[in-house]
Design a protein around this ligand. Structure first.
Ligand code: ADP
Ligand code: MG
Length: 394
C-alpha cells in the first residue's frame, strides 16, 4: 500500500458529489485497482504462486465517519453505478449471507474488521469505479480494498497490508460467500506501477517483478468476453474441492508441495479427473516461476509460450475455459499476439493477449469479427498497464 496522496483527477469530483449527497465533505478519498493475473490461475488457494498486477482501472471511495454519535453505527452507501440509491445498514447488526447486491462488499469488510477485533463506527461512503463488473478483473476486491484502506486509516487501526489481505479474504469467504484466495486483494493492496506482484500464497511474501510491456514494444490487451462468471457458483468451488482431495490423497498439506517431477507417481494415486486438476496446479506453479525468471532475465517479449501453455492447461486439464474465452485466445494468437490466455477464475470473464503494438488493431478487429461470426455478444477490448496499488488520493 502506498500512503502518499497522489493526484487523481476524479478525486475532487467524487468529493463534491459526496458532499451534495450526504451534506458534508468526506474525510478523504481512497482508491484501489482491479487486477489482471498475468499467470498462475487457481494456484492461490493451493498455497502456490501467482503473478498478478494492479491495473490502471480503479474503485474510488469517498468516506466520512459519522460524527453525530460514536454509538451511531448507521452506514450509508451510494454507488455511481446502477440506480439503487442510498443503501442504509447497521454496522452493529451485520449477518453473513444476508446482504444482497454490491453493499455486501463494503459491509463484508466492516463485518470482517469487527471479527478482527476492531470497532467500526458508522460512516457514509460514495463509490465510483471504472473496473468492469464481473469481467474477471476483480471489481469486487477493488471495492473491498478501497474500503479497508479508508477505514484502516480513518479509524487509526494500523493494519499491515498482510492483515488487510486476510481481513478482505475473510469478508469475501465468510460474508460474501465466495471461496476465493488472496491473490486479488494482494494485487490491489500491494501492486506497484510498472511491476507485477510475484506472490507466494503460502506466506504472503511479495516480490515486485518489472513488467514493462511498452518498453518491449508490446501491449497487454484485455478481451472481456461479456460472459459473466459467478464465483459463488459451483464451478470454482468444485475445482477447490478437487484440489483438496488431490492434496489429501498425495499426502501433502497443499498442492504447492508437489513438483512436476512428482507427477508421474501421482497418476497412479488419483482418479483421472483429479489427476488432471492436480496436473494443472503443479504445472501452473512451475509456469509462474518460469515467467518470473523470464521477465527478470529476458523481458516480456519472451513469456508468450508460457501464457499459451497456461491457457491450454486451464482449457484441457482444469476445464475452466468456455467457447468465448477459447475463441478470444485462438483468434488473438492467429492475428499477431505472442501469447494469450484466459485470466481470472474462469467460466467467463476476460482473456489477455500480449501483442506487439503493430498488431494491436489487427487483433482487435479479428476478435470482434470472430465473435460476430460465432454469434457471441460483442466483446469489450482494451489495454491495461501495471499501476499503483491502493492509496489515498485526497
Ligand atoms: P469481479 O470481481 O470479477 O468483477 P464479482 O462477481 O466478484 O466479479 O463482483 C462483481 C460485483 O461487484 C457486481 O455484481 C456488483 O455487485 C459489484 N460491483 C463492482 N463494482 C461496482 C460498482 N462500481 N458499483 C456497484 N457495484 C459494483
Ligand atoms: Mg470478485
Amino acid at each position: 500500500m502506498n500512503t502518499t496522496t497522489r493526484t487523481d483527477a476524479k478525486a475532487g469530483t467524487l468529493a463534491d458529489r459526496f458532499e451534495a449527497t450526504f451534506g458534508a465533505a468526506p474525510h478523504g478519498v481512497w482508491a484501489a485497482p482491479g487486477r489482471v493475473n498475468l499467470i498462475g490461475e487457481h494456484t492461490d488457494y493451493n498455497e502456490g504462486f501467482v503473478l498478478p498486477f494492479a491495473i490502471d482501472k480503479r474503485a474510488r471511495t469517498a468516506v466520512r465517519l459519522r460524527s453525530d454519535s460514536l454509538r451511531n453505527t448507521t452506514v450509508r452507501l451510494l454507488s455511481t453505478v446502477g440506480n439503487q440509491g442510498v443503501i442504509e445498514a447497521d454496522a452493529a447488526a451485520l449477518v453473513p449471507g444476508a446482504v444482497k447486491g454490491w453493499a455486501k462488499y463494503p459491509l463484508g469488510v466492516v463485518w470482517a474488521l469487527q471479527h478482527h477485533g476492531l470497532e467500526i463506527p458508522g460512516f457514509d461512503l460514495l463509490l465510483d469505479s471504472n473496473v468492469p463488473l464481473g469481467a474477471g478483473l476483480s471489481s469486487s476486491h477493488a471495492i473491498e480494498c478501497a474500503v479497508i484502506t479508508a477505514l484502516n486509516e480513518l479509524t487509526g487501526s494500523g493494519l499491515s497490508p498482510e492483515e488487510m489481505v486476510r481481513v478482505t479474504q475473510h469478508a469475501e469467504n465468510a460474508f460474501v460467500g465466495a471461496p476465493t484466495g488472496i491473490m486479488d486483494q494482494s494485487a490491489a493492496l500491494r501492486g506497484s506501477s510498472g511491476h507485477a506482484v510475484f506472490l507466494d500464497c503460502r506466506d504472503q511474501a511479495v516480490e515486485l517483478v518489472p513488467f514493462d510491456a511498452q518498453k518491449a514494444g508490446l501491449v497487454l490487451q484485455v478481451i472481456d468476453t461479456k460472459v459473466s462468471h459467478s464465483h459463488a457458483d459451483g464451478g470454482y468451488a468444485s475445482r477447490r474441492t478437487s484440489c483438496e482431495l488431490g492434496a489429501g490423497l498425495l499426502g501433502v498439506k497443499a498442492l504447492r508441495d508437489v513438483t512436476v517431477t512428482d507427477l508421474k507417481d501421482a497418476r497412479g494415486l488419483l482418479d483421472p479427473i483429479t489427476f488432471r486438476r492436480v496436473r494443472h496446479i503443479i504445472t501452473e506453479n512451475d509456469r509462474v516461476l518460469q515467467t518470473v525468471d523470464t521477465l527478470r532475465n529476458l523481458g516480456p517479449a519472451h513469456i508468450g509460450n508460457l501464457l499459451d501453455a497456461s491457457h491450454a492447461s486451464m482449457r484441457d486439464d482444469f476445464e475452466i475455459s468456455c467457447p468465448e474465452l477459447d475463441l478470444a485466445v485462438d483468434t488473438a494468437r492467429n492475428h499477431g499476439a505472442i501469447g494469450a490466455r484466459m485470466t481470472g477464475g474462469g467460466f467467463g470473464g476476460s482473456a489477455i493477449a500480449l501483442t506487439p503494438v503493430a498488431h494491436m488493431q489487427q487483433v482487435r478487429d479479428a476478435v470482434i469479427r470472430a465473435f460476430a461470426e460465432a454469434g457471441f455478444t460483442a466483446p469489450d477490448i482494451f489495454t491495461v498497464t501495471p499501476a499503483a496499488g491502493a492509496e489515498r488520493i485526497r
